[in-house]
Design a protein around this ligand. Sequence first.
Ligand SMILES: NC(=O)c1ccc[n+]([C@@H]2O[C@H](COP(=O)([O-])OP(=O)(O)OC[C@H]3O[C@@H](n4cnc5c(N)ncnc54)[C@H](OP(=O)(O)O)[C@@H]3O)[C@@H](O)[C@H]2O)c1
Length: 309
Amino acid sequence: MMNEMEAVRYSEFGGPEVLKVERVKRPEPKEDEVLVRVHSSGVLPIDWKIRQGWMPMPVHFPVIPGSAFAGVIEKVGASVTEFKVGQEVFGRTSNGSYATYTTVSIDTIALKLESIGFNEAAAISGGATTAWQVLFNDGNVKAGDRVLIHGAAGGVGLFAIQFAKWMGAHVTATAGPTNLEYVRSIGADMVIDYTSTQFEKVVQDMDFVLDTVGGETLEKSWSVIRKGGVLISIAGQPSLERAQEKGVRLIKPSRAFAKKDLETIAQLMDEGKVKGFVGQKFSLHEAAQAHELSQRGHGRGRIILQIVE
Ligand SMILES: NC(=O)c1ccc[n+]([C@@H]2O[C@H](COP(=O)([O-])OP(=O)(O)OC[C@H]3O[C@@H](n4cnc5c(N)ncnc54)[C@H](OP(=O)(O)O)[C@@H]3O)[C@@H](O)[C@H]2O)c1
């Protein structure tokens, strides 16, 4: 039916099995929104953390998971002049992206350039945007800085390596054995296999550490940062007392979302200065498997739900 769509939804917190594909009413865009036919949706770790009931934000059931997407504008809201029907866009929606359609504010989307595929574009929000935010908006990574990136093969890490290199930093990256060569091939100057080498024994005096892993990795990072150096963790809660004791500047990720970052990143990708990455691909009906894989916490690049073949 014309006014229906398929959506992955859940009505209670729980494991991947709570995800169900349902036929639901297609949403109408509000004044400042557009309706998008979703081609690809990024599967972010936060999607399953919300599904598990681990996140503090209020949740209204039933939930359509997902925020990162790329697709084609199907309809524009009454006051929208910046975009028109038929344009290819990507970005972040707060109305769920694991669906054949979503509505999204025009403040959180940008035009998808032709050189970038839908799957690649769906990997930008929550991956490239987070890396850009923490390196350049929250942090102030500059040419010549010595930067350590933990979880370098992940949806955030692969972009963080490239952005830091683009800025002229010296990049050290930690990854598992199957990702080492890849991480090196996209620009890491030094790669460390976290399964066989204790990074804290071979790295020191870092100006900037980006932790996307948390736990022990975060705890062991204190000793490798120079006095006055910066630590940002997007996967743990570093202790302020520890930072003061070590003379490290602790910066909290702001979680801000800048539309202009979407445009800058797309431009860099279009110019071939930064590569996009697609990890494993699943269909909408395989969302539970995609979540299971994401929950394992290993792999390369962003997991994608490819909704339009
Ligand atoms: N606060 C925020 O704004 C924000 C935004 C985005 C993401 N995050 C969080 O940041 C974390 C990472 O996100 P993501 O999207 O990059 O995840 P992801 O795509 O699942 O990637 C995780 C990566 O970590 C690597 N890894 C696992 N254990 C490791 C270890 N001990 N040392 C080094 N690398 C290790 C894995 O590679 P191997 O296969 O090589 O093990 C994998 O590539 C998640 O917890 C996510 O929720 C927070």
